[in-house]
Design a protein around this ligand. Structure first.
Ligand code: SAM
Length: 305
């Protein structure tokens, strides 16, 4: 028998009738094709459930009766296309659904912004206790806001605070504005196009948070294909990945209130940052959900960084 040249998922499809059939099929295909996870889920099952559920606009895909529900022809074609795009184009699920969940909140996302996943969420859930007194927080800065996820989550975690959210990308700021409106924080989150602290002369903050670009040129080449759908300026930070972090550390002290804290995610640049800034009292934080490299620096411990 001649092999078909067309390699579409559709052409390899066994008989798929129910929601459960589609989930199992997607799981097998994701595993067989070694799809990369890490933009919202970390395994084939969660990714399959999320995409099938979203594709069919179901509230949940977990109860037996939903799993046994028959999928109509339109739904079938839609799901096969989603699964095909996830595998062939290596599109992260969030760009297929135009939605990402962060701290239990939905955010609009597309390829103009990084898909929210910063571990800083865990610190926001705890309102940065024990490093600050949450009741005294009035001004927060989010550097490199992207979809606005951290700035919005910060505004919701600190209802008395005003948040400045800056980004160098006008396209990202448009999306952040949509998300601010969706979460009703437009009055407290000010979006600003700025190259780091450029437009913030004389401004000080009780908390500065940032998930800046921190990928070096060589590391960038080795990233799974899914990352190449994200904006390059959200990931790449010079040859070694430390360019933006250096600039943040250089200027942050001027923009922190006397008891302010700086919290920066640095990913795989951590060993380099630890070495370069061994003279600073950087506190490397532990996380309950997964590993990550985030440091915290208290202004009180250092007058100028
Ligand atoms: C890793 S993404 C983080 C986005 C978002 N905060 C999050 O956690 O999902 C980094 C963001 O920094 C922005 N950025 C890159 N260089 C910048 C600069 N020099 N000044 C301000 N923002 C910058 C990018 O446009 C991107 O939106």
């Amino acid at each position: 028998m001649k092999k078909s040249k067309n390699n579409n998922v559709k052409n390899k499809t066994p008989k798929l009738e129910t929601v459960g059939d589609f989930i199992n099929f997607a799981i097998k295909q994701f595993k067989r094709n070694k799809v990369y996870f890490g933009h919202g889920t970390d395994n084939a099952k969660d990714e399959a459930v999320y995409l099938v559920c979203h594709g069919l606009q179901l509230q949940n895909c977990f109860d037996d009766s939903t799993l046994k529900e028959k999928v109509k022809l339109r739904g079938k074609n839609k799901l096969l296309k989603i699964i095909d795009d996830r595998i062939k184009k290596r599109l992260p699920a969030a760009y297929l659904t135009k939605e990402a969940w962060f701290m239990g909140l939905p955010f609009y996302v597309d390829k103009r912004v990084l898909i929210p996943r910063s571990p800083i969420a865990e610190l926001l859930e705890e309102r940065f206790v024990p490093w600050i007194n949450p009741e005294k927080i009035l001004r927060i800065l989010d550097i490199g806001t992207g979809s606005g996820c951290l700035a919005i989550a910060a505004a919701l975690a600190f209802p008395r605070a005003k948040v400045d959210a800056i980004d160098i990308s006008p396209a990202a700021l448009k999306i952040a504005a949509m998300n601010c409106a969706r979460h009703k924080v437009t009055k407290r989150v000010r979006l600003l196009k700025s190259d780091l602290f450029e437009k913030l002369k004389g401004k000080t903050y009780d908390i500065i948070i940032s998930n800046p670009p921190y990928v070096g040129k060589n590391e960038m080449k080795r990233l799974p294909k899914e990352y190449y759908h994200e904006p390059e300026e959200a990931l790449l930070a010079g040859r070694k990945g430390d360019e933006i972090i250096d600039r943040i550390l250089n200027d942050a002290a001027k923009h922190l209130s006397p008891r302010g804290i700086l919290v920066v995610e640095v990913g795989n640049s951590a060993p380099l940052i630890m070495k370069k800034y061994a003279h600073l009292p950087l506190l490397w934080l532990d996380f309950v959900r997964g590993e990550s490299e985030v440091f915290l620096l208290e202004k009180g411990l250092r007058v100028g960084f």
